[in-house]
Design a protein around this ligand. Structure first.
Ligand code: ZN
Length: 146
């Protein structure tokens, strides 16, 4: 079961990862974890700037970099729009990317947990996360096309 994502539990996770806790760092992490639209750094900055007018784009980029490094969030690469997207959900799941409207959806499939276990056994790795991206046309875009 994924732990409930309260500000306190997120702060705890930051500290456990050896990160200094700053209000901005926590706000960026909290914002990313609370949404499922896989925003870019630019999008996150725009949305957070309303609450944190002094927040610079560089702080958002640097914070995301540190969070990715510690395995707290995932970097998804571009969704056909030449921008890196971020995912605050590090539970086993895969992403579906629409090549037309660039939306990114999550798919949680119980079979994935079994896949992780099998890979860990085969490779000797402790699996901490994965980037599984499938490309295609979302249902809305299929409809628009026909
Ligand atoms: Zn689409």
């Amino acid at each position: 079961m994924p732990e409930k994502k309260t500000a306190a539990s997120l702060a705890k996770r930051l500290r456990e990862s050896g990160l200094r806790l700053t209000p901005q760092r926590l706000a960026i992490y909290e914002e990313l974890v609370s949404r499922d639209d896989h925003p870019t750094a630019q999008r996150l900055h725009l949305d957070l700037a309303q609450r944190f007018p002094s927040l610079s784009p560089a702080t958002v980029y640097n914070t995301l970099e540190v969070l990715v490094e510690r395995g707290l969030v995932h970097e998804l690469g571009e969704a056909g729009d030449s921008a890196i997207h971020y995912d605050g959900d590090v539970e086993p799941h895969l992403n579906l990317v629409c090549t037309r409207c660039h939306r990114i959806d999550d798919l949680h499939d119980p079979a994935l947990a079994g896949l992780y276990d099998g890979l860990a056994e085969q490779s000797g790795y402790q699996i901490r996360g994965a980037r599984l991206v499938f490309y295609g046309l979302c249902p809305a875009c299929q409809e628009a096309q026909s």
